[in-house]
Design a protein around this ligand. Structure first.
Ligand SMILES: CC1=C(/C=C/C(C)=C/C=C/C(C)=C/C=O)C(C)(C)CCC1
Ligand SMILES: [Fe+2]
Length: 317
């Protein structure tokens, strides 16, 4: 691997490998990873270990703040306005909200795989990851989606993902080969481990591994290095209270839930919280990029992208 095409956030995915190995062994030993306890632990991990990576969004924008919408108050209005719209969609048309969640997540997770050389390959890995569980856990996916939406038609989303899955997985494998041959070997290994976890493990646990042990730490490191924030003392005062605020959102959704079974309530509250915070979280890199384009010499931005870094890494300069 040449140093020139290796992003600083591209480390060997040791934690992901350890997590995948531990879950694989647990499954072989007969631990019911698709059961109520594992599902609840997986969902709570999404909130505790996964969600905090989005809490630095506001700071990233503020670092480039200009104009009325980039002050803290303006940003909060934008953030909460978006979140309220998505929450309303979940109440009025849950199946549509779930479909929109999968589509936006595909675009968001595709950012983890830049460096394949083609946008559709990056989207293919993201879509492949999300659709992969339908290969051998199609019924479980349908049950999860019916539980999440509270409607029998929720299973249609699982059917659609099952139809898309073969093509998405083939494109994802081509993307892995492209990452490997361009020297981004750690990322190729991370993609392979994530895809394997999503295919073989029960859906929630497989997703928790990818989300908590790859996506979130990678974005968290990138955001911290863009902000030049070192040490817990520097970032803790932002990340801890905002994660607490997201926890309160999850708790109120949990309180609003009418589903009788506890694991289903935990699952619905966790994924809905992720969903309503995802849209503003997704808009942030775009906003940051637009702001950076105004304030950062184009060459710096392009250099960051050429190095395989996320455009937000350009903020570091
Ligand atoms: C509901 C659900 C799924 C989809 C999860 C999604 C779409 C999560 C998106 C999270 C985002 C975008 C976080 C941003 O940082 C899976 C894994 C297919 C299967 C299990 C149930
Ligand atoms: Fe994210």
């Amino acid at each position: 691997m040449t140093l020139s095409n290796r992003s600083p956030s591209d480390r060997p995915p040791r934690v992901l490998a350890l997590g995948a190995a531990a879950c694989g062994l647990a499954m072989i030993a007969g631990v019911p990873l698709g059961g109520a306890a594992a599902t609840s632990v997986g969902c709570l991990s999404l909130l505790v270990f996964g969600l905090p990576h989005g809490t630095l969004d506001l700071e990233l924008i503020k670092a480039r703040s200009r104009g009325p919408w980039t002050g803290l108050a303006g940003l909060l209005v934008l953030y909460l306005g978006c979140a309220a719209l998505i929450l309303a969609l979940w109440q009025v048309a849950p199946v549509l909200a779930l479909g929109a969640f999968i589509v936006t997540a595909t675009v968001h997770f595709s950012e983890d795989w830049d460096g394949t050389g083609a946008r559709f390959l990056e989207l293919g890995v993201a879509l492949g990851l999300l659709c992969a569980p339908t290969l051998i856990h199609r019924d479980a996916m349908a049950r999860i989606f019916v539980g999440l939406t509270g409607q029998a038609q929720g299973s249609m989303i699982a059917d659609l993902m099952f139809l898309v899955m073969p093509v998405a997985l083939v494109v994802a494998l081509v993307a892995v080969a492209a990452l490997w041959s361009s020297g981004r070997r750690s990322r190729a290994i991370a993609a392979t481990l994530s895809l394997a976890s999503m295919v073989l493990l029960p859906p929630i646990v497989g997703f928790a591994l990818y989300f908590c042990l790859f996506h979130s730490p990678r974005h968290f490191r990138e955001s911290l290095s863009a902000l030049h924030w070192l040490g817990f003392a520097r970032w803790g005062w932002v990340v801890v209270p905002l994660t607490g605020a997201a926890g309160l959102i999850a708790l109120s959704l949990f309180g609003m839930e009418i589903r009788p079974a506890l694991p289903e309530r935990i699952m619905a509250a966790s994924f809905m919280t992720l969903s309503i915070l995802t849209v503003p979280h997704m808009l942030v890199p775009l906003l940051v990029e637009a702001l950076a384009r105004r304030g950062t010499p184009v060459a710096t931005r392009d250099a960051a992208i050429a190095l395989g870094q996320h455009p937000r890494a350009a903020l570091a300069d």
